[in-house]
Design a protein around this ligand. Structure first.
Ligand SMILES: Nc1nc2c(ncn2[C@@H]2O[C@H](COP(=O)(O)OP(=O)(O)OP(=O)(O)O)[C@@H](O)[C@H]2O)c(=O)[nH]1
Ligand SMILES: [Mg+2]
Length: 257
């Protein structure tokens, strides 16, 4: 009895198939192949889209920079709309930055040499963007340290795989000694160019040369920030104190949120 039903089912399936595809000639086989290829393509696209979406779930913005550059001041203005009484930060702070329906998590990291890298390691996986804060009035004196720190951050594998936007906030523009952003960019590019050579020779001397991501920029050309594609590095001028000039940062954050 059940055999009979199965047999009938088989026949009716065959009939339906025949109705849909009357003759399985070469043309139909070709069409079928195209359909299968299209389906595979679609599945791959969905997979890639989901992969991209998962990386865009990173909502962290890291505030990095040397001590006293104004990170905590900027953090406080962005997230609490107020100035802070300055004390050297010794641990990271985080708070939500919200504008309309969009929000990001801002991490203020201490600039002190001894702890800056350890704390950066801790949160770098969350980074969607980085705001590198520097004191524009002290860049002449700090250029080496600033370049070292920025170079290390830009070489980091996690940054290179997940961060596409870096904003260099040339802060303290209210001070008379402050240098303009384009000049700071040029000064840093020159310093990074020298640093690149030093780093390469250091690595060679410890036998690590070759395939590492510590060479930034284009081989055979002087270092330029716009050679770091797909990472986009932008320089802006800010005054974090009193929230006097924050639009370049808030505009950038809106693009990222
Ligand atoms: N004139 C001026 N002073 C600023 C500005 N931004 C910050 N400051 C001052 O710079 C000093 C250091 O600011 P912080 O925000 O504490 O510096 P930080 O980068 O967080 O320093 P660390 O926590 O030690 O890494 C404070 O006295 C701030 O008031 C600015 O735009 N203009
Ligand atoms: Mg601080």
């Amino acid at each position: 009895m059940t055999e009979e039903i199965r047999h009938k089912k088989k026949i009716s399936l065959k009939e339906t198939f025949n109705k849909l595809i009357p003759e399985l000639n070469e043309e139909n086989v070709f069409l079928l192949q195209i359909l299968v290829a299209a389906a595979i393509g679609l599945v791959t696209l969905v997979f890639l889209w989901r992969l991209l979406r998962s990386s865009s779930k990173r909502r962290g913005i890291l505030l990095l920079g040397l001590c006293e550059s104004g990170k905590t001041q900027l953090f406080s203005q962005l997230c609490y709309d107020t100035d802070v009484i300055s004390v050297t930060s010794v641990k990271e702070s985080s708070a939500q930055y919200t504008k309309g329906k969009k929000s990001l998590m801002v991490y203020d990291l201490p600039g002190h040499e001894r702890i800056r890298y350890a704390l950066f390691e801790k949160v770098k996986k969350l980074a969607r963007g980085i705001i590198f804060v520097l004191d524009s009035s002290a860049i002449q004196k700090d250029v080496r340290d600033v370049a070292e720190f920025l170079y290390t951050v830009l070489c980091d594998g996690t940054v290179q795989s997940g961060v596409r936007r870096v904003l260099v906030a040339c802060n303290k523009q209210d001070l008379t000694m402050a240098r303009a952003a384009p000049l700071i960019q040029k000064t840093l590019e020159k310093e990074m160019n020298l640093l690149r050579v030093t780093r390469a020779s250091q690595l060679q001397s410890v036998g690590e040369g070759g395939n590492n991501n510590s060479f930034l920029g284009r081989q055979g050309q002087d270092f330029e920030f716009n050679h770091l594609v797909p990472i986009k590095v932008e320089f802006v001028e800010t005054v974090a104190k009193g929230g006097e000039k924050l639009e370049p940062v808030t505009n950038w954050l809106h693009q990222l949120a």
